[in-house]
Write a protein that binds this ligand. Structure first.
Ligand SMILES: Nc1ncnc2c1ncn2[C@@H]1O[C@H](COP(=O)(O)OP(=O)(O)O)[C@@H](O)[C@H]1O
Ligand SMILES: [Mg+2]
Length: 169
């Protein structure tokens, strides 16, 4: 089965949307674009090795939610940081956890709320494959270029991704 056919598709919409970013500015711009389409309650999962640009993307997302980009930190000890802008934003980083489950640390409350949840190392979550989310995989494509693969799991995210693509590609 091809990757693109893993999720059910509505007519005409792609389930995977791939863009290339050539600077951290561009990565942030994609975060801002996505933020402009969010209504609250979305789960955004970010995947990619250390230094790929997950936090960078979330800085752009924050900016788009009218938060200060500087307030978005790479959490070292804090795994969950809460911000309030146009919508609430929970910035979660699962890097330090081996195989967290939704029942750990109240994660369930953070991931399914009225706020936007942006989760770095989302694939570490035991239930990751069962959750509907917009996942963004960032990989190196050169010193300052990255490939960003947006993938929609579930109809809500399918619509969101379709919108992102229509407006900004
Ligand atoms: N195109 C790009 N997109 C995102 N970050 C980039 C890009 N090019 C270079 N960088 C740099 O890569 C690093 C990404 O760091 P960060 O966002 O903290 O990664 P992660 O959260 O995935 O570990 C930053 O130092 C950033 O300036
Ligand atoms: Mg990070």
């Amino acid at each position: 089965m091809s990757e693109a056919s893993r999720f059910p598709t509505d007519a005409g919409d792609e389930v995977v949307f791939v863009v290339e970013s050539n600077s951290s500015r561009e990565t942030k711009a994609w975060g801002r674009r996505l933020a402009s389409l969010l209504r609250g309650g979305e789960l955004i999962g970010l995947t990619g090795e250390l230094g790929a640009g997950k936090t960078c993307f979330i800085k752009g997302l924050a900016r788009g939610l009218r938060l200060r980009e500087e307030d978005i930190l790479s959490p070292t000890f804090t795994m969950i940081q809460e911000h309030h802008g146009r919508l609430g934003l929970y910035h979660i980083d699962l890097y330090r956890l081996e195989a967290p489950s939704l029942d750990d640390m109240g994660l369930r409350e953070y991931l399914f709320s009225d706020a936007v949840a942006a989760v770095e190392w989302c694939e570490r979550l035991r239930e990751a494959n069962e959750l509907e989310m917009l996942s963004i995989r960032i990989s190196y494509a050169g010193a300052s270029s990255r490939r960003m693969e947006f993938r929609a799991g579930g109809s809500r995210y399918h619509a969101l991704l379709g919108e992102l693509r229509r407006r900004f590609s």
